[in-house]
Each structure stands twice: as C-alpha cells, then as structure tokens.
Design a protein around this ligand. Structure first.
Ligand code: FEO
Length: 162
C-alpha cells in the first residue's frame, strides 16, 4: 500500500475514536441536563464511531499493513446552549467528510483501486451522517424554544435503534 494512504488511514482510526469521544461528551452533557433521549442518541452515535474506527483498523490488518494508534484528544466539554452541541456535531461531520475525501484523493493518486472501493462505504455513510446532523440542527431551530416540543423531540431521539 502507498505510504501516504496507509498513514492517512492510520490517522483516521484515531480520528474516528475521537469522534466517538466527542459524541460521548455530548451525551454526557445532555444526560446532565435531563435530556435522556438526546443522550441516548449520542451514546448510540459514539458506538457507531467506534465501529467506523474498527473498520479502518481491520482494513489495514487485512492488507498486512502496520496499525499505529495515535493519542485521542480531549473533547470540548462545555457548551453554551442545548443547540450548541448539535451545531458542533454538524461541523464535525463536515470535517470528517473532508478527511475521507482526502484519503480517497491519495488512493486515487496511488492507483489504489481496492482502497477507493473500500472508501465507497464511508463516502455514502458521510452523506447519512451529515443529513442526520443537519436535521437535528433544523429541528432545534424550529422547535427548541418550545418546552413541550423539546420534550417530544427528546422522546423521539430516545427511540433511536442501535
Ligand atoms: Fe465516522 Fe460520524 O463519521
């Protein structure tokens, strides 16, 4: 495998674990606020990010490449409003899309068709991730000031399947 492609995938393992950590921090914030549905949604999201990390991890092993785990940064921890984590999550997913695109670009330059094919799943997944994050921001902008609507939204998010 091309060295740059391998290094970017290694970095991505750490970044996906950081995403998990970021979402767990958001879940933690909402749990403290008594918004258990929001907390459940982000705990589920954190688990999904760990699965993303493990997909990259397995891909390097399957291709007999060395896995090098990096340090995971501490997440943001304080938020100014109930909406703030939702906007942060949307920005974060846009950033992750950019990271995936950069790995794809490197694989393309290296004529690494296998990695390009592998990344196809992540490219589609990022469409879903950004869509979900945007929907939460939109819903909060529409209903967030109405306490009853916030209660119902919390209930809805609590129903997210694993
Ligand atoms: Fe691993 Fe939310 O993208």
């Amino acid at each position: 495998m091309d060295k740059k492609v391998r290094d970017l995938i290694n970095d991505q393992i750490t970044k996906e674990f950081y995403s998990a950590y970021l979402y767990l921090d958001i879940a933690n914030y909402y749990a403290d606020k008594g918004l258990d549905g929001f907390a459940h949604w982000y705990e589920t999201q954190a688990r999904e990010e760990q699965e993303h990390a493990m997909k990259f991890y397995a891909y390097l092993h399957d291709n007999n490449e060395k896995v090098k785990l990096g340090a995971i940064d501490a997440p943001a921890t304080s938020f100014k409003s109930i909406k703030a984590p939702l906007s942060m999550a949307l920005k974060h997913e846009q950033y992750v899309t950019d990271l995936i695109n950069k790995i794809y670009e490197a694989a393309d330059k290296a004529n690494d068709y296998r990695t390009k094919n592998f990344l196809g799943w992540f490219i589609e997944e990022q469409c879903e991730e950004e869509k979900n994050a945007q929907e939460l921001v939109d819903k909060m902008e529409l209903f967030g000031d109405d306490k009853q609507a916030l209660y119902l939204l919390d209930k809805e998010l609590g129903g997210r399947a694993e």
